[in-house]
Design a protein around this ligand. Structure first.
Ligand code: GAL
Length: 675
């Protein structure tokens, strides 16, 4: 449980480095990450290397007892390289070339760029192999940032055709699987298949789904090239990559198979504003969200990356101040910089590394806040980081986080519903988050897992929009409920096979005999179209997606109460083997989701009531963090045997407490006014 910082010595004059590094050590920093955009400093001219400047900083960091994380510099190929190999530049769907002048302008499938990558990564790795201060590497930087994961150039076309050959063997199998009879799209050979470039109407969903699988696979393969070169030079190093929040285009679990652990970059006030959240509960325009972010947007990503590679993760870039991001960029509330770091640690982070040491006075990110201001003076972030370093020193070293409930997150379903959203509001992440939020408001510890997870480890599994389903996954989930597990299958599940083709049986396809229900009708709902569901004695709103269910043995828990769906079933529940399975045929409002999860997963929920607004708890290794993202205080009632390791029994606005008991030992309630 340590802290780090991202440092760019190449932005500052040499005579500043010693003071900066001394200040980092003084602040309690453990790791310094460097080098991810420095290719033109490492190799100012083709073939002529200059590592000496970085050697000096790496040695300095080591002299102060801190450790170095280096990065492969491939996110920013230098101008001379782009001029020498113009084909490495990305192409958009309409053929527009992405030119030099910012970053991430290279194509993952360019043979020339792959060769150049191997060269620079191997030479850097050989140079730093065995250096006592260098403990690990970050590959590249944020694969796919600025929407650059998918390129449509000729190198991609060639590579896509090879990938399709590997997947289908012969083109008739592809024609059959995709359904190219539609609109006369039959191919005579793999050589005829192009990337889904600019077309008059929408693309074939199977073509898109495979392109999205292919582009993700190729980035995983590109990452492997880095990892192999690094480990080949020094196998004591760890290798990680800094992923992004709610990032759809890259299968982080596939990439993580070649990493020691996953990392991600957390900018809570940016993420709260840009996640396209349609849930009024979030209200991204509220001052609370602008200054404190959204606790569940951030925590869902902590859980996703924690589970991507065996339980440990880093926040490689933690927001350290205001951000240069649209639409708005408020200063975080007092306390939030510390709170975000604790939330990461509480959710399992081994290290929280701040972005960046010092605000850069020039370049594209002048307005991006840092631990220190552009003149080098300490900013609010530095004070927060120092405090976090002290906090973590007082806590015992804690083991990993294990969730009680699994939220099933599936990239195939994400890509397929993205290709065919059937509603402009259908955002896969937001649908998952509705359940995640409901569970967290009752204190549950939730893992975000992929289809290969071992479901038997969990008290409950929640699978919203499990749209693309293989027979194997359906069999494993059925076995999970037969064996006593509780499965919540959310709307829009079991519709399609692996080629985004509707299955022969009605939705939810292979799950119908598990949930004893089928979908009779489905519709997407514009904001003005009413959907209401009576559940128990209360009528709740539903949104965006609605299905009318036919129950074949399931007990009706929810009934449609508006529009032509009125009277038909919306939610059903049944016993399956010794377990329970429920199908929720709507995208529920938070109130309805809360009601459903508390009925189904009572044993995994530490609190019988929802936590006060914007308050969350997180359990790690028998300890609980009470994290107050709100602007009023709460009281924590703990047994006498409990110790408060950090904070107090009253947790003020944007503050926290850590106790050495699990959440179910606690009561958390708003501080009463009379106090
Ligand atoms: C991240 C990126 C960093 C920096 C930061 C602030 O997405 O990895 O390099 O750009 O945002 O803009």
């Amino acid at each position: 449980m340590e802290i780090g910082v991202c440092y760019f010595p190449e932005h500052w004059s040499r005579d500043r480095w010693a003071a900066d590094v001394a200040d980092m050590a003084e602040a309690g920093i453990d790791y310094v990450r460097m080098g991810e955009f420095a290719w033109s400093r490492f190799e100012p001219d083709p073939g002529s290397y200059d590592f000496e400047w970085l050697d000096e900083v790496v040695d300095l960091v080591g002299d102060y007892g801190m450790e170095v994380v280096l990065c492969t510099p491939t996110a920013t190929p230098p101008k001379w390289l782009v001029d020498e190999y113009p084909d490495i530049r990305q192409e958009e769907q309409d053929g527009t070339v992405r030119e030099f002048g910012s970053r991430r302008h290279y194509c993952f499938n360019s043979p020339a760029y792959r060769a150049e990558t191997e060269r620079i990564v191997s030479d850097l790795a050989d140079h730093y192999a065995g250096h006592p201060a260098v403990v690990g590497w970050q590959t590249d930087n944020e694969f796919g940032c600025h929407d650059t994961l998918r390129c449509y150039c000729d190198d991609c076309a060639t590579s896509f055709r090879n990938w399709l050959r590997g997947r289908y063997g012969d083109v008739e199998t592809l024609n059959e699987a995709w359904g190219t009879a539609f609109w006369s799209q039959r191919y005579r050979s793999f050589g005829e298949v192009d990337p889904p470039r600019h077309t008059p109407a929408n693309h074939h969903p199977a073509h898109l789904l495979d392109y999205h699988r292919f582009t993700s696979d190729r980035v995983a393969d590109y990452n492997r090239l880095h990892a192999d070169a690094l480990r080949g030079a020094d196998d004591s190093w760890f290798v990680t990559h800094n992923f992004m929040g709610d990032f759809s285009a890259l299968n982080a679990r596939d990439v993580s198979a070649d990493l020691d652990f996953a990392s991600w970059d957390s900018y809570p006030t940016l993420h709260a504003q840009t996640r396209g959240e349609t849930d009024p509960a979030l209200n991204p325009e509220s001052e609370a969200a602008q200054r404190a972010g959204d606790p569940d947007v951030t925590a869902l990503n902590h859980a996703l990356y924690r589970c991507a590679a065996d339980g440990e993760f880093w926040v490689m870039e933690e927001q350290a101040g205001d951000i240069r991001a649209f639409p708005y960029s408020a200063e975080p509330a007092d306390g939030m910089l510390r709170l975000w770091s604790h939330a990461a640690v509480a959710n399992g982070a081994a290290t929280v590394s701040y972005f960046r040491w010092r605000r850069c006075p020039y370049g594209q990110e002048q307005y991006w806040g840092a631990l220190c201001d552009h003149d080098g003076t300490p900013d609010r972030g530095l004070r927060a980081a120092e405090r976090v370093a002290e906090d973590l020193d007082t806590l015992p070293e804690l083991g990993p986080v294990h969730g009680d409930v699994a939220l099933l997150h599936d990239y195939d379903s994400l890509w397929a519903t993205e290709a065919e959203p059937h509603s402009q509001d259908f955002d896969y992440w937001a649908h998952l988050r509705t359940y995640f939020r409901a569970l967290r408001r009752r204190g549950a510890t939730v893992d975000v897992v992929g289809p290969d997870a071992d479901f038997a480890e969990y008290d409950g599994v929640v699978a919203p929009s499990l749209y693309v389903v293989t027979d194997d996954l359906a069999t494993r989930l059925a076995a999970y409920t037969e064996g006593g597990g509780t499965l919540l299958l959310g709307a829009r599940s079991g519709y399609s096979n692996e080629s985004s083709r509707f299955r022969d049986d009605p939705a939810p396809g292979p799950f119908a005999p598990v949930v004893d229900s089928t979908v009779e009708q489905h519709e997407s709902l514009a904001p003005g179209v009413e959907a209401r569901v009576e559940y128990g004695d209360v009528t709740y709103d539903a949104r965006i997606w609605s299905e009318w269910l036919s129950l074949d043995g399931a007990t009706e828990l929810g009934t449609h109460k508006a529009g032509p769906a009125s009277g038909s079933s919306a939610v059903g529940r049944t016993n399956h083997g010794s377990g329970t399975a429920a199908y929720v045929g709507v995208w529920p409002s938070l109130g309805l989701a809360d009601r459903i999860v508390s009925d189904l997963f009572a044993d995994a929920l530490p609190f019988t009531d929802t936590l006060p607004e914007r308050v969350r708890v997180a359990r790690r290794d028998g300890h609980t963090w009470v994290l107050n993202h709100g602007d009023t205080s709460v009281d924590v009632n703990a047994p006498e045997t409990a110790s408060v390791l950090l904070g107090d029994a009253t947790v003020g606005p944007h503050d926290l407490a850590v106790l050495d008991v699990p959440p179910d030992a606690l009561e958390v309630s708003p501080t009463s006014q009379s106090d």
